[in-house]
Design a protein around this ligand. Structure first.
Ligand code: 2HG
Ligand code: ZN
Length: 451
């Protein structure tokens, strides 16, 4: 009896995909850069089926790649070759919102947008938002400790996490979905799984906190002279606004790419080297934005929107970056973060660093200004992809930054993990991995570099 036969008995034959055509969309990441062949794709419907699938794989010693919405950008959810691809998208139950606790439990396969809608229908909102909201799953957001555009206000996924249900590689179910509000009784393993990229356990259910919806919000798109001016604007916005809801940056070459791919109009008559999106929540947000714009010297030109359609129109200049870049080619994506005091220097050093490593490449930079988190995208690097990665990540490390601030390590960055983490830290991570997954079955090529 083959493993595929066992898996079909567990989840039903139609949910074990062996045919290459049916497997294809699961075997390549969103950017097209990371590919691999899975032995088969298996799509369980509930936790008990996940348990049985993991037991069957463990019995045969077959490794498992865990996948949510497949929107990750570091190859963490894509097989290297020969793994069973475990897709969690059918775990899509939405439980009723607990309005008193302001929490909700949902299946790992629930899409971010569905969670947001569910929270709004109950008079709440969810604290994480990002451009891939229609496809990204809640389980994947926890596994990668996703960030996005609301970190400035609500923190990353870790800050929303209340509890988890997860299955270890040997089929053991851990459940800690609704712990009491105060409870110091040992290791906080749900927080340990957050950001572990599917290497320690398979997340099957997630309990998150919900936030009060901001009834009024306003968005400004501001043209500025450079990164230093963007930071001056940010500093004043933090002081001025009752609640800063978002602070994002992009640059002239990103804007022109986005405009040409999406046929968007120029936001201003003049062009600027850098553009900032600020969002204010809460107390007369339009007035707060207008006050800021009139008093801040860093403002070159600005446009403000407070209605939903206008806000979406301004956000499109920022949120279309990833798709527009992909339309132009398969990018090398680096997701880095430096201390705020180094951000200007990093932005100044990036063009020559990238050109030296890959002479005819094209650099597009954008990101989350408040955290100093830049998405460094390089198009046309070709065979120089590794050289570009090495040069940029070493530059970032020289500033004391992180080589991956919100996308995770995946398969893409394992060889550079030592730039951000000490040998002792990596060895400790290995010991944890060994303790929970001694056969090294879960996402074996992800996060940790080969010993
Ligand atoms: C974003 O902030 C995402 O839009 C994607 O993290 C970044 O495409 C990228 O490099
Ligand atoms: Zn981002």
């Amino acid at each position: 009896v083959t493993l595929e036969h066992d898996l079909a008995a567990i989840v039903g034959g139609q949910h074990v995909l062996v045919d290459p055509d049916l497997r294809a969309s699961y075997e390549v990441d969103w950017s097209g850069r990371f590919k691999g062949t899975a032995r088969c794709v298996v799509r369980p419907a509930d936790t008990q089926q996940v348990v049985s699938v993991l037991r069957a794989c463990a019995a045969d010693g077959v490794p498992v790649t865990v996948q949510g919405g497949n929107t990750g950008l570091v190859g963490g959810g894509v097989p290297a070759g020969g793994e069973v691809l475990l897709s969690l998208v059918r775990l899509d139950q939405l439980e009723p919102v607990d309005a008193v606790a302001a929490q909700v439990s949902v299946g790992a396969g629930v899409r971010l947008e569905a969670l947001q809608r569910h929270a709004k229908a109950a008079g709440f909102d969810f604290g994480v938002d990002l451009a891939a909201r229609s496809a990204a799953t809640v389980g994947g957001l926890v596994a990668t400790n996703a960030g996005g555009i609301r970190v400035v206000r609500y923190g990353s996924m870790r800050a929303q996490l209340v509890g988890l249900e997860a299955v270890l590689a040997d089929g053991t179910v851990l459940s800690r979905l609704a712990p009491p509000a105060k409870d110091n009784t040992g290791y906080d393993w749900p927080q340990l799984l957050c950001g572990s990229e599917g290497t320690l356990a398979v997340i099957t259910k997630v309990r998150v906190r919900l936030v009060e919806p901001s009834t009024e919000r306003a968005v400004a798109l501001v043209g500025v002279a450079d990164t230093a001016a963007a930071l001056a604007l940010l500093a004043q916005a933090r002081r001025r606004f009752t609640t800063l809801g978002a602070a994002e940056i992009f640059y002239a070459d990103g804007l022109s790419l986005v405009r040409s791919v999406n046929a968007l109009p120029a936001p201003f008559d003049d062009s600027f080297a850098a553009y900032v999106i600020l969002e204010a929540f809460g107390n007369k947000p339009t007035d707060e934005i207008l006050d800021l714009l009139s008093e801040c010297d860093a403002v070159g030109d600005a446009t403000v929107a407070s209605d939903p359609v206008g806000r979406t129109r301004l956000w499109a200049y920022r949120e279309s970056h990833t798709e527009a870049i992909n339309t132009a080619g398969v990018p090398v994506k680096l997701d880095v973060c430096v201390p705020m005091g180094s951000l200007v220097a990093l932005v100044d050093q990036l063009p020559s660093t990238v050109t030296d490593a890959a002479p005819s490449s094209r650099l597009i930079v954008f990101g989350h200004l408040n955290e100093g988190n830049l998405h460094v995208n390089v198009l046309g690097a070709g065979e120089r992809a590794e050289a570009v990665t090495d040069a940029v990540l070493k530059l970032v490390a020289s500033h004391g930054g992180s080589i991956s601030s919100e996308h995770g390590v995946g398969r893409a960055k394992t060889q550079w993990l030592t730039l951000s983490r000490s040998a002792e830290e990596i060895e400790t991570m290995r010991r944890l991995k060994n303790a929970l997954d001694p056969q090294n079955l879960l996402n074996p090529n992800v996060l940790l570099p080969p010993p």
